[in-house]
Structure formats: structure tokens, C-alpha cells
Ligand binder design. Structure first.
Ligand code: ZN
Length: 431
């Protein structure tokens, strides 16, 4: 059974016509129910009637992450009694944000991941292992769980970590699909090697890979993806999502960017001046949620920098696709005249197999410029490792950051600072 709604096969202009109608409903809803947007609309003299096409969106003010942090509960459009669940962002940048969901929002969230698993072409014969937490106010775990229930595959909730348990369950139940973090797959591969488990002889065929990019700017597999697939010939499906969006963009087998679902969200890609970028250029993903009841967002600037792809896809969907997150807007580093985002540095460091772990740190030097410093844990001789890195960095990025070699224990302290819910590979200490 193929999961492919009619709207996703229609032309982009038909999709936009549909989205415009939905946008008007959203504006009306915000005007009636959202304390935050009522104030914003009043101060910007917003007239919903003046929006005649999606191009007119630029006339409306944008919403920032800081707005959501500062006025968090002013975004709530329903009485507290109507809230069914509270989730929170991970707070990687700044303080965490609470997102409230009604029962209808939870159903929308399930439908959203139902569409994602449709992109993975899964069926009732599949068994999916969820290698992520459903606790700690983490929205994604619940989203995948409920999406799988709608899509039909059986579910195994193993949670994050515990490599031995993951393999044991895969072998016992004949698991065919995984949902998890790509770098954890590398740990599973290493464990399989130690235990003489032949990854390729198991029943696992596909992975919904969350949290980390698997493609470079040309949509080719990046180092992390290549490392996984060299050892384990499984299909990796990249997905991009966030708690605030309550929506995911998941790849189909063509692997040419994550599919947009026009019934759930409006996407704009904006430049630094807030203007739409030309098609194919990279810009800040700015979203308007559709059909969200408790905390809808209008023109919310995610801070994520992506490219859009607009030609129809070989899978039969004609929806726009989003490329990998090339970086976060606030994390852009200007180092010796070169503009970089942390993922490009990670991809380079991942190419050096002898580097066990690393942390990239950016500070402000005495001339107010960004300064880059990489902390490395390796068993390799430090001079030799540095020569290797120097070659790679000069060739790919034209610049060489400072390096420091630290012990595994020091690395652990850097990567898991107190209060962190996930591993930190980028430290932004700029003033
Ligand atoms: Zn496709």
C-alpha cells in the first residue's frame, strides 16, 4: 500500500493554491486565539486580506527563536485544559522552549511521520526498532511511534544506546528497519565486528536516520554515510525535523532531499535581509505550520540553512525537497576570510579514521575575529595526525585551525557538559 496523498502528486502551483487557502485559515485562527500574534499583528498593522499569494508572505513579520523563548506561553492558542502533552526542545542554543500539543496536534504529528514512513516504502511486514528515547519531553520518539502505528509496521522500542541489546533484538525478532542516530550505527558496526556478527547477513534493510546529516551540499553521501554503508549495505533515509515545526522532511529512495508535505507546513528560504532566495540557492528555512491547534507558528525562522529542490521526484511526488542542513545561521564561522559551518568541519574530521573523537571550539580573538580550535582524542602519533589534518584542511577548506590532543576522559567532559541531553561536538564561546 503506497502512502502518497493526492496533493503531493499535483503541480507546485496547485499545491501553492491549496496552501494559500490554509494560510488564510491560519491567519484568522492566530488573530482570534494567539496572544503573541494578536500583539504582533497589531504592532505591524497586519491585514490578512492583503495576502493574495504565497509571494505576499514577505509582508508579514517573522517570528524568531528568541520570541518563542521570551513569550513562550503567549503562543498558546487553547485553554490549558485542552493541552494533551507538553514537550520541549533540547536547548542546544539557549534555553529550552516548551511546545504544547492538543489531541488533534498529536494526531497531526502521527500523520506527519506516517507520511515519512510512506517515503521509506514500508509495509505491514516490516518490523521497526526505535533506538531513541520516548521520554525526557522528546517529541520525536512519540512522533515515530505513533506514525509507525498508522503506517502498519510492527514496533520494537529498544531506546537509545545498549548496543548488545540492539543486536540481540534485531536477531531475535528479524527486525527490518531501524530509527536512530547515524553515528550510533557506527558503534553498532564496531560491536558487530567484535562479536563476529555479520551485519549484512541480518534482516535489517533500511534506517530512518535522525539528528545528523548524511549528505553533502551536492546531495551525495557524506563521510558519515559512506563509513556506515562501506560496512553495512542498508538504505539510509535522511530526515530533517524539529520540535517547533512539528513536521519532518524525509527522503524517499531517490535520496534527493527530504520531501515537503504541503498539507502540513509552508516553507520559505530567506536571505540575511529576509527576502526569498532564488530557487536553488541556500537560505534560512522559515516555516508556517498548517493545522496546528495549540502552538501554531507563522513565518518562524528556524536558523537552519538549507537548499530547496523543485523539480518533480522519481518517486512520483512533485513536492519540493529540502537538502541537508548545511549549518545553523548563528553558528556560521568566519575564519581567516573563509565562511564555514560546523557540519563541514565534522565531515572533514570524520574522514580521518584514527581520530576517535573530537570537539570543535570557536572563540573570539583579540582582534574580534573568530578563532577555531579542534580538540582531538586519538591513539595516533600527534605530529603525524596533525600533518594529515593540515593536508585535508588546506585542500578542502584552505585554512588550518589550531589543534590540541586530549585524553578520552577529558574528551568525555567536553562532549557531555553538565545538564546536556546530548553529545556536544561544537562549542561556541564567542563573545
Ligand atoms: Zn521522492
Amino acid at each position: 500500500m503506497a502512502i502518497l496523498p493526492e496533493i503531493e502528486k499535483q503541480s507546485l502551483s496547485e499545491q501553492q493554491r491549496f496552501q494559500l487557502e490554509q494560510l488564510h485559515l491560519t491567519l484568522e485562527y492566530l488573530q482570534q486565539h494567539s496572544p503573541f500574534y494578536q500583539r504582533l499583528f497589531a504592532s505591524h498593522a497586519v491585514q490578512p486580506d492583503s495576502i493574495r499569494s504565497l509571494d505576499d508572505l514577505v509582508r508579514l513579520p517573522t517570528t524568531s527563536k528568541e520570541d518563542l523563548q521570551r513569550y513562550n506561553m503567549d503562543f498558546l492558542c487553547v485553554p490549558a485544559a485542552a493541552v494533551q502533552e507538553y514537550v520541549a526542545t533540547s536547548g542546544t542554543l539557549g534555553s529550552p522552549v516548551t511546545i504544547a500539543l492538543t489531541e488533534k496536534d498529536l494526531q497531526r504529528l502521527a500523520y506527519n511521520e506516517y507520511l515519512s514512513f510512506g517515503c521509506l516504502e514500508c509495509s505491514e511486514d516490516d518490523i521497526f526498532q526505535l533506538m531513541l528515547t520516548l521520554d525526557r519531553q522528546f517529541m520525536a520518539g512519540v512522533a515515530y511511534y505513533s506514525g509507525l502505528r498508522q503506517a502498519g509496521p510492527a514496533i520494537v522500542r529498544t531506546g537509545p544506546g545498549l548496543t548488545a541489546l540492539q543486536w540481540d533484538t534485531i536477531q531475535r525478532l528479524g527486525v527490518t528497519g531501524l530509527v536512530g542516530v547515524p553515528s550510533f550505527l557506527l558503534k553498532m558496526i564496531a560491536y558487530a565486528g567484535e562479536q563476529q556478527i555479520d551485519c549484512n547477513a541480518t534482516t535489517v534493510r533500511k534506517v530512518l536516520a535522525i539528528g545528523e546529516s548524511l549528505r553533502d551540499d551536492q546531495l551525495e553521501p557524506n563521510t558519515l554515510a559512506r563509513k556506515i554503508q562501506d560496512a553495512w549495505q542498508i538504505q539510509l533515509y535522511s530526515t530533517y525535523a524539529s520540535t517547533e515545526m512539528q513536521t519532518a522532511f524525509t527522503e524517499c529512495p531517490a535520496g534527493k532531499g527530504g520531501h515537503h508535505h504541503p498539507e502540513l507546513i509552508i516553507v520559505e528560504l530567506l536571505d540575511d535581509e529576509g527576502q526569498p532566495v532564488p530557487a536553488g540557492e541556500k537560505g534560512e528555512v522559515t516555516i508556517t505550520t498548517l493545522g496546528v491547534e495549540a502552538m501554531p507558528l507563522l513565518r518562524y525562522r528556524t536558523g537552519d540553512i538549507c537548499r530547496g529542490y523543485y523539480e518533480p521526484c522519481s518517486c512520483g511526488r512533485s513536492t519540493m525537497r529540502l537538502g541537508p542542513v548545511l549549518g545553523r545561521k548563528q553558528q556560521m564561522i568566519k575564519f581567516k576570510g573563509t565562511s564555514l559551518y560546523p557540519p563541514a568541519l565534522f565531515d572533514l574530521l570524520n574522514q580521518v579514521p584514527v581520530i576517535d573523537e573530537y570537539v570543535v571550539e570557536v572563540t573570539t580573538d583579540e582582534t574580534q575575529q573568530d578563532d577555531l580550535h579542534i580538540y582531538i582524542a586519538t591513539s595516533m602519533q600527534h605530529d603525524a595526525c596533525n600533518r594529515l589534518l593540515e593536508q585535508l584542511f588546506r585542500h578542502k577548506l584552505r585554512v588550518m585551525p589550531r589543534t590540541s590532543y586530549i585524553t578520552d576522559a577529558e574528551m568525555l567532559r567536553l562532549q557531555f557538559p553538565e545538564g546536556s541531553r546530548k553529545l556536544v561536538r561544537f562549542r561556541d564561546l564567542r563573545s
